[in-house]
Design a protein around this ligand. Structure first.
Ligand SMILES: Cc1cc2nc3c(=O)[nH]c(=O)nc-3n(C[C@H](O)[C@H](O)[C@H](O)COP(=O)(O)O)c2cc1C
Length: 364
């Protein structure tokens, strides 16, 4: 179990924080303000003679020995509050129906009580064959979370993989945050050696650099989810939470670092060029054209969080509609560049323009 010091009132605090973590992104604008994913600087090459039929375009992908019907993961979001049950229930039904992957939110709360563990385990009940990903924070690891606790989280959803999320920016701004990252890499290495499912390390919207990617690969992680900047800003979410608690210092930091991070396209390019392990692109991806661009840049899979949350808060039907629209955009792009499958798409040519072309020569 987690800290001996966790009391019923701690559980209430965690439930409240998880609830705000869902409602703030849904009711306030916490997307990037002045920065972007840089995906707009990637241009794909139109193929006037594709020599394939739209109906023959295949979006299936194999990732970490699992077959997906499309290279899409519903990125790690929620659990740990009763409000999350409905969302996780709808998302997992979607993952099962469309053959997508799904990440659960940080699961420490699920270890505290069976009531809270059900907010996560509903996903496996609804999605017996989907690729489900357990989740824990790097900051929790540095506090001494045991391998046994991690195994309990994995069992809670019979996970196919475990995500360790790195969120130093969020911990810095969060009113009750714990910006303690000493020893996290050694813990990740320990988990890789002692847990028998693949370990994926992800950011939460500030991106992964090539130096960090190289260290993670050496530690033994199976895949990296770059979660670059340009989409949901966790500095933004925590700034709004700090306003409620009138924490002037955190409000200032949240505003200053709202757009902090490595834009998604840039992070993806430098991570792809520095490691051999599979890479998931995410952070501000909003449609099927952007998914195609990320695959062209070398991503094996793409993650989206906020777009799925928005539809899940409406209804299961809205989620299905959004997913069909996204798949149609992805397939449409593949047809227009003349690629009949994801493997071919990954090898297709592209052009880098604008700001990304300028910074690329300094970074890669
Ligand atoms: C409501 C919400 C809750 C989230 N909770 C988690 C979490 O518990 N663990 C995690 O690794 N990432 C979490 N994230 C971050 C996302 O997985 C993702 O990295 C980030 O939102 C950027 O993707 P987006 O721009 O598509 O939203 C959360 C995101 C949202 C919107």
């Amino acid at each position: 179990m987690p800290d001996e010091s966790d009391s019923p009132s701690d559980i209430e605090v965690i439930k409240q924080r998880k609830k705000e973590g869902i409602f703030i992104p849904l009711t306030r604008n916490v997307q990037a303000k002045e920065s972007s994913t840089y995906l707009e600087y990637i241009k794909l090459i139109h193929n006037a003679l594709p020599e394939i039929d739209y109906d023959g375009v295949e979006t299936t992908q194999n990732f970490l020995d699992h077959n997906f019907k499309a290279p899409i993961i519903i990125d790690s979001m929620t659990g740990g509050t009763p409000e999350a049950t409905k969302i996780n229930s709808r998302l997992s039904l979607l993952a099962e129906k469309f053959g997508l992957g799904m990440g659960l939110g940080s699961q420490r709360a699920g270890l505290l009580s069976s009531e809270l563990s059900e907010t996560y385990s509903i996903a496996r009940s609804n999605a017996p064959s989907a690729f489900l990903v357990a989740n824990i924070g790097g900051a929790q690891l540095s506090k001494g979370l045991k391998i046994e606790d991690i195994k309990n989280m994995i069992d809670m959803i019979e996970a196919n993989a475990l995500v360790v999320h790195l969120n130093p920016l969020q911990e810095l701004i969060q009113p009750e945050g714990e910006p303690k990252y000493k020893g996290v890499l050694a813990k990740i290495k320990d988990i890789c050696a002692n847990v028998d499912i693949p370990i994926i390390v992800k950011e939460v919207g500030a991106g992964i650099s090539m130096e960090v990617a190289t260290r993670l690969e050496s530690a033994g992680v199976s895949a990296i989810n770059i979660a670059g900047s340009g989409g949901t800003s966790w500095a933004g979410v925590e700034k709004l939470r700090a306003e409620t608690s009138h924490d002037i210092n955190k409000i200032n930091l949240g505003e200053l670092f709202w757009d902090w991070g490595i834009p998604t396209a840039l992070s993806l390019m430098e991570v792809r060029n520095s490691v051999k392990i599979p890479v998931i692109a995410s952070g501000g991806i909003r449609n099927g054209l952007e998914i195609a661009k990320c695959i062209v840049l070398g991503a094996n899979m793409c993650g989206m969080a906020f777009p799925f949350l928005k539809q899940a808060s409406k209804s299961y039907e809205s989620l299905c509609e959004f997913t069909n629209k996204t798949l149609s955009e992805l397939k449409g792009t593949m047809f227009l560049v003349g690629c009949k499958n994801i493997n071919e798409l990954g090898k297709s040519r592209f052009i880098i323009t604008g700001e990304l072309a300028k910074v690329k020569k300094w970074i890669i």
